[in-house]
Design a protein around this ligand. Structure first.
Ligand code: FAD
Ligand code: DLZ
Length: 510
């Protein structure tokens, strides 16, 4: 045999760089469901079902395409419990010339794979991941020498590079790079939000659901109602579903939240993009085609394209630029443990309950719930970055370290000092009231900041501003907040501090 080709659970693409130029007759593709990957965090059970089922479908597709595949199914008694052990066993058995793989999406595993040639005694070739628009070296070059890294400027480069939404004169379509100011409408039930795309479990997925129920019964969430796509063909139908039914309103209601709609007008494509079932360029090109055909407005299509070639690529660049030190950042000095209700949803704060409950049922919550509800609360309460990062890594079907960490540690927790935003996304209950209908059904009163029933976000917001004066008072984008805080009467400030202290001391009872 010539080579072992290692394909990881989030590398399910026939165009994967590790497969380029490979020899179907002599090389052996290796895929493995292993305990070490399934247990490094309290993965949502739907995430485990999704990954294992998509891996099994992909292995079958490779075999149909003529590849030789060694596939290890999960069992707690398998002798090889990690990727390294699986490769070591096969290397002993087949004596290949080398191992070929594609850059992986986690520093932890990247370290293991890059060191493995020492124990294996054969070369391990790690190829660039060409599924991204911007490769790691290109991002490093873009970042070099810049005082500040701002997504907006990076995004413009990616628009020019890809030609997406660019005129033939090299200008942005519609005369503007960014239509975000049009994208902040509250949603009041109309137009109705489309039902999400559903793929009913086939025999492979059903078998995996049984496996996860048997061996991962203690893990977060539920396998019930699993409806995600698990093949590239199904993911393309999910993309078409989004373009037809949700994209036209994606922009308008991008920041909205609802008490009774889990998905609103979001695409629910991140699981497929992150595992290779969909290609980011094909997704963006399909959205742009919809705009050309008059099926979706420019503010929606530009907003959607920006999330993918802007934010998604930017956070990956930041991750590989700053790891491994990045994961240890805690510039705001937080020390609080994660409140237990993040795992149970058992809280009287309606917005938090709704976001966590949707997360437990679906392994999904949309961006504004992640950023402005569960994230905002953790920021205001001063939760330790590593604790909240581990929660986000566990509970979402689309969570992989390269994308989860910068979003949580950077965008939400501002623990990196501001790569993902020039000011923290801290907000009081007023923001949640403006963008949702949660507050009208809440135990707490959003109009109050002090008193027993006052919305906890309100006093916590001022507590955050107050306790981080040294960190933010000189930030021009925060001047107004400090002015507002300082001009309140001292008795009012004391009452707000006292309420926040009570909230923090009794956080588990909220
Ligand atoms: P849509 O709203 O339909 O957006 C379209 C696509 O844009 C997404 O599928 C995604 O690929 C991309 N995108 C949008 N925003 C971002 C972003 N900030 N960073 C990277 N890509 C983005 N996204 C993940 O894919 N995995 C994660 O583990 C993850 N963790 C997050 C943690 C926190 C605290 C926050 C605030 C955001 C996180 N995000 C993560 C980003 C974003 O919330 C999800 O990509 C999005 O909610 C996925 O749902 P969707 O496909 O319906 O997205
Ligand atoms: C997330 C995950 C899980 C749950 N299980 C596996 C697995 O059994 N085998 C595998 O190859 N990959 C798995 N993954 C994905 C990896 O943990 C890791 O996040 C990515 O491969 C990083 O690129």
């Amino acid at each position: 045999m010539a080579n072992l080709i290692l394909i990881l659970g989030d590398q399910l693409s026939h165009r994967l760089s590790a497969l380029e130029g490979a020899d179907k007759d002599n090389d052996l593709v290796v895929m493995a469901e292993v305990h070490s990957e399934a247990s490094y965090t309290n993965h949502h059970r739907k995430k485990l079902v999704f990954i294992f089922s998509a891996m099994r479908h992909f292995a079958d597709a490779l075999e149909e395409d003529g590849w030789r595949v060694h596939y290890q199914r999960y069992h707690p008694d398998n002798p090889a419990q990690s990727i390294e052990q699986v490769i070591a066993e096969l290397a002993r058995e087949y004596q290949p010339e080398r191992v070929i793989t594609t850059e992986c999406g986690e520093w932890r595993l990247h370290e293991q794979i890059s060191r493995s040639h020492k124990t294996l005694g054969i070369p391990v070739e790690i190829r660039p991941d060409t599924r991204f628009v911007c490769n790691i070296d290109e991002f490093d070059r873009w970042a070099e020498g810049r005082k500040q890294l701002r997504m907006e400027f990076f995004y413009r480069e990616m628009r020019k590079k890809t030609g997406l939404l660019m005129t033939s004169e090299g200008q942005p379509e519609g005369g503007k790079w960014n239509f975000d100011t049009d994208n902040r409408k509250k949603w009041a039930g109309k137009p109705p939000a489309p039902a999400p795309f559903r793929e009913e479990p086939d025999a492979i997925t059903t078998e995996v659901i049984e496996l996860v129920n048997e061996y991962f019964s203690e893990y977060f969430g539920t396998t019930e109602g699993f409806h995600y796509a698990v093949t590239a063909e199904q993911a393309l139908v999910a993309l078409a579903h989004f373009i037809d039914f949700a994209l036209p309103c994606f922009g308008d209601y991008q920041d909205a939240m609802s008490d009774n709609e889990d998905w609103l007008f979001h695409s629910i494509l991140s699981p497929y993009l992150n595992t290779g079932l969909l290609d980011p360029m094909e997704v963006c090109e399909e959205a742009v085609r919809a705009w050309h055909a008059g099926r979706a407005p420019l503010n929606a299509v530009e907003g959607f394209v920006r999330q993918i070639i802007g934010w998604r690529e930017f956070v990956r660049g930041i991750y590989w630029l700053l790891m491994p030190g990045y994961a240890r950042e805690n510039r705001l000095g937080n020390s609080r443990e994660l409140p237990w209700f993040y795992w149970t949803g058992d809280t009287k704060m309606r917005c938090m309950h709704k976001a966590i409950d949707a997360t437990a049922r679906n392994a999904y919550a949309h961006h504004i719930q992640r950023l402005m509800v569960t994230g905002n609360f953790a920021l205001l309460a001063g939760v330790k970055p590593e604790a909240i990062c581990d929660w986000y890594l566990a509970v979402y079907i689309d969570a992989f370290d390269w994308v989860e960490l910068p979003n949580t540690l950077g965008m939400v927790m501002h623990a990196d000092g501001g790569y993902l935003g020039s000011k923290p996304y801290a907000a009081s209950g007023k923001y949640i009231q403006r963008m949702s209908d949660h507050c009208q059904n809440c135990h707490y009163r959003v109009q109050d900041a002090t008193g027993d029933r006052a919305c906890p976000f309100n006093s916590l917001y001022w507590h955050f501003i107050d306790r981080h004066r040294e960190d933010f008072a000189n930030n021009p984008r925060m001047t107004m907040m400090y002015r507002n805080w300082d001009k309140q009467k001292s008795e009012r400030r004391e009452a707000l501090r006292a309420r926040a202290d009570w909230v923090l001391a009794n956080i588990e009872t909220l």
